[in-house]
Each structure stands twice: as structure tokens, then as C-alpha cells.
Write a protein that binds this ligand. Sequence first.
Ligand code: ASP
Length: 349
Amino acid sequence: MQKRIFIAYTGGTIGMRRTPQGYVPESGLDRLLAQMISPDLAEDMPDYVLHECSHLIDSANLHPRDWYRIADLIASHYHDYDGFVVLHGTDTMAYTASGLSFALPGLTKPVIVTGSQIPLREMRNDARNNLLTALLLAAKDPIPEVCLYFNGRLMRGNRATKLKGEALDAFDSPNYPLLAKVGINIEINRPAILDRTGAEVFQILQPADGQVAVLKVFPGLSAKLLAKVLEPPLRGLILESYGIGAVPIESPGFLATLATATEHGVTIVAISQCIESRVDLRKYAVGTALARTGVLGGFDLTTEAAYAKLNHLLSLNIPTEEVGGNMQRSWCGEFSVPDEPFGRARSLY
Ligand code: ASP
């Protein structure tokens, strides 16, 4: 039977139009897509419905609330379709793919987030390939994950990151293997795909404003600035540390400021500034000192996944210890367990 795919068009370059002010989101992507599918192609195409969001955005304007709007859209059509494609701007695509993975744990159907660097309206573009391949992947045998597809690479959504602003191979998955490579053939990397056991869970939440921040450690970062960032209403901080979890412990007041914040219930998670790395707070004295302040190690989480997960956990309004415990428990393969770096991740749901 022909598979049915639900496409949610949220905005982004893929559907943009050129104006004197630069590219702007534009409606009417359904017409463009229909024109693109010639009768010869139609035979291979899954049945699809394209839903255009009422407010199309440049994804620079995305708020965590939007993850849950998209998740809600997917949840409310979940039982009528075999797979989902989310068309999105590239700038915050990895945040949304991460956010969706935590909002929709236990998925048994593919959700594939994609977009392009050049609009579908331009004569030469990467939009056509990304869109049609995402559609085919969503209709292929069920990949039970939120994925990000771009330029021949199918990635776990919460492992992907945008590395290039002006190239077609904009995304990569630096700390986890690709779920599929798409060239002449589509090669699915089965062992890398999540092993699902539990039932679908839809956690559509209301994230509050200004509760989570991301701060990159840099030479000269003062305790004063750190304390400012940690002021209420902040409840969570992703600290992008050096290397495998190093921070300037000799900077006066630095560690004390972190310790005071964690004592007051702020969850602080250290991840690495390096694209390919994993935090290990046991190896250096600067790391063990950081761990003693109550800061948690974030393994090989990307910034996007760490931010989305902490936002999600804090929006659940669970006790601080549970936020910390869940931050260090993989929900859907967002980080690798140290002893089995590329072991097949099992979904917690
Ligand atoms: N600024 C655009 C967006 O994120 C960039 C893109 O889609 O490639 O919506």
C-alpha cells in the first residue's frame, strides 16, 4: 500500500522568495512541490499532504515554544500517516530536531527534518533533492527516530549540528555515525538506528522564557559576568567548556559562583566547545574541581541537544535532582554511554 506522509512547512530558505531586503519566507510551497512532481515521478512518490504553518518564519526567529507547536502537529496527525517531514530553516534546524526528539520520545515512525541552503524557487537549488529524499526516507521502512536529512546524510536529529553557513553539506553528526548515506543508493546504517521497545509518549509542554542559557567559556570570563547570567529566573545553564570539560578554576570566585548557583537549584551542564569531543570531568584537576561545584558532565551532547533537553526537563517542572538524573540518562540516543561509544542506543521509552 502507498505510504502516507505528512509534511509540515514551517518556513526557512527552502520556501523563501527573493526581495530587495533579502530572502523572506513565502507561502505556496505546495504548488511548487506539485509542479515538481511530473507524472513519471508520481509513481514512486508516497502520498503526501503539505501543511503550511500559519506563520512562516526565518528560523532565526524560532522559540522553544515552536518545537512543541510542531510536535503537537505531528502528534495530532500521528495515527493517520506513516511518516513526517518537517521543512525548516537551517539556522536552528538542529535545535528543532533535538527539541522534537525530547517532545516525541518513543516514536515508532520517522520524523525527518530538512530544509535547504538555496530556495526551491531558484533554478539551481539543493531544496529539490533534500525535500524529495526526505519524503522517500520518511516512506521507507520505519526509522523510529527524529532525524535530520541534508545533502546525502541522514543523521539522528539530536546529534546533528550546522557546521557550514555557505555550503550545501551544511550539517554533520560529529559524535555519532550517520543513520543513512544517500548517493546513487540509499544505504541505511541499521545498527546505528534506535532500538525501540516502549510506547510512544508525546510530551507537549509550555516552555517558559529565559530559564535556560548557553554560555561559552572564554579566556577572561569573570565570576561577575557568570553570576549575572546565573541570576533568576535562570534555572539551567549549558556551559560550553574547553576540551573535555576544563574551566578557569583560578579565576577569582569562578567556582564559588557555580557552587552557589547549583546549591540554589540551578542545573548546570558542562559540554565541550570542541565539535568532536566528550566531557570527562575526572581527567584533569580543572575538571574534578568543576564537578565538585555540582556541575554535571554532559558527555558528547551537542549544544543544541543539551539546550533542548534541559529546556524540556525544566518545563516538566520536576524536582532538581530528577532534572540532573535525566540529563545524565540518554532518552533517545542523544549522547553515547562512555563504555560503549557507538553501542546501539536503546530508547528509554
Ligand atoms: N535564515 C534561514 C533560516 O534558518 C537560513 C536557512 O534556512 O538556510 O530560516
